[in-house]
Design a protein around this ligand. Structure first.
Ligand code: ZN
Length: 116
């Protein structure tokens, strides 16, 4: 089973915010130096950065348990369809207390006592 999700790309969002800062500085610098109409047009062109416009990071992931080994597995991969930023990782952990059986070492000790 695999799931997909579209997340906000952190690189694209950061680039947009930096570009916004540059445009805000240009606007501040233009104050009093350009005709009012031009200044108003510059100010109107400035729109707040909307995170929703940067949901270009496709995430694919799955989680599963392997009963025979008592392990939990996670696999994640993601890539931005705009800037190419990507990341992936895999993880395996033993589930604590996954078995009520006695530990394998205890079985060996018990077998020795039985004369095997
Ligand atoms: Zn991106």
């Amino acid at each position: 089973m695999s799931a997909s999700n579209w997340a906000v790309c952190p690189r694209c969002l950061n680039r947009a915010r930096l570009a916004q800062v540059v445009e805000e500085r240009k606007l501040a610098d233009a104050y009093g130096k350009v005709p009012v109409e031009e200044f108003d047009a510059m100010r109107s062109a400035l729109k707040p950065v909307d995170e929703e416009h940067f949901q270009s990071f496709r995430e694919d992931y799955e989680f599963w348990v392997v009963p025979e080994s008592g392990t939990w597995h996670a696999s994640y991969g993601g890539e931005c369809q705009v800037c190419g930023l990507s990341h992936e990782f895999k993880m395996v952990e033993t589930i604590k207390d996954w078995s009520d059986d006695v530990a394998p070492d205890r079985n060996r000790v018990a077998a020795r006592w039985r004369g095997c």
